[in-house]
Ligand binder design. Structure first.
Ligand SMILES: Nc1ncnc2c1ncn2[C@@H]1O[C@H](COP(=O)(O)OP(=O)(O)OP(=O)(O)O)[C@@H](O)[C@H]1O
Ligand SMILES: [Mg+2]
Length: 254
């Protein structure tokens, strides 16, 4: 296993029933970097993210071939415990989805579910440290029992990131995390994401080429379930090797 890689996929294919959504993905994703996943609607970006914590298996019938390793562990091995995997690989969605509970209860929900006999002093500590990590402690420390749903969308999205942190994830998956936000909210979340890569490996799906350029170190361009091209972000956007990549980043389709 190579510590420089958070994800290694090897000929990984994935089907929803008879429909093949991912075709023979083979690539590595660097650890402690931000990797952008781009490509037209329906190309399999969300599907790939959901394969990384096996969330796809919650719905109908699915199957796969090939393998995915996260920090060297084969996540499709039969002994893999799904709750443990989902702690290690946290996900944030397009629309902020805090639970209809207080800010405090949102932040401790995962820990209460996943960790046995956790003390209330530990929960308090988790709340403080995770809110500090996303830059909201000073703002919210006197309002922890306020409903999370009363926060602005940007703060709800920060909270959705913060609530993953007590579970000590290795990898954060962000599926179009800014698409519900205004420009100020987008900027704030991008600053946060860049700061988080000191401690976490991050994959971000985005439809915005500019966002991919602003935040990511590496970019993967997918088309119809396949990886067309992957590289350093600057290189991929300035001198794409494939015609299809050039056409997509120029806005000629998608
Ligand atoms: N639960 C499902 N059952 C069957 N097919 C699905 C399911 N989820 C997604 N698909 C199909 O798999 C393909 C990839 O979908 P996916 O949501 O991964 O695309 P995406 O790249 O995230 O698109 P978008 O940019 O619109 O979010 C699409 O053809 C989609 O219709
Ligand atoms: Mg998607």
């Amino acid at each position: 296993m190579n510590r420089n890689h958070v994800v290694n996929t090897n000929e990984f294919s994935f089907w929803y029933g008879n429909f093949q959504a991912l075709n023979k993905l083979t690539f590595n994703i660097s650890s402690y970097k931000i990797t952008a996943l781009i490509g037209p609607s329906g190309c399999g970006k969300s599907t790939f993210l959901k394969c990384l914590n096996r969330m796809n298996e919650r719905g109908g019938e699915v199957s796969h071939e090939g393998s995915i390793q996260v920090f060297g562990e084969d996540i499709y091995h039969p002994i893999v415990a799904l709750p443990e995997l989902r702690k290690q690989v946290g996900m944030v969605f397009q629309k902020p989805n805090p639970l209809p509970l207080s800010i405090y209860d949102n932040l401790v929900f995962g820990a209460k579910t996943h960790i046995k006999n956790v003390k209330s002093s530990e929960l308090d500590h988790m709340v403080e440290s995770s809110l500090k990590r996303v830059g909201m402690w000073e703002d919210l420390k006197n309002q922890l029992h306020r409903s999370a749903l009363s926060l602005s969308l940007e703060k709800q999205q920060r909270l959705c990131i913060a609530r993953l942190l007590p579970l000590k994830p290795k990898l954060l998956l962000l599926d179009e995390p800014c698409s519900a936000l205004d420009p100020a909210g987008i900027e704030a979340i991008e600053i946060l994401i860049k700061d988080l890569k000191k401690d976490y490996s991050i994959i971000i799906v985005t439809h915005s080429m500019n966002q991919a350029k602003r935040v990511s170190d590496e970019t993967i361009f997918m088309y119809m379930g396949e990886v067309v091209e992957m590289g350093q972000t600057e290189e991929l956007f300035t001198s794409p090797k494939q015609q299809k990549t050039a056409a997509y980043i120029d806005g000629r389709f998608g």
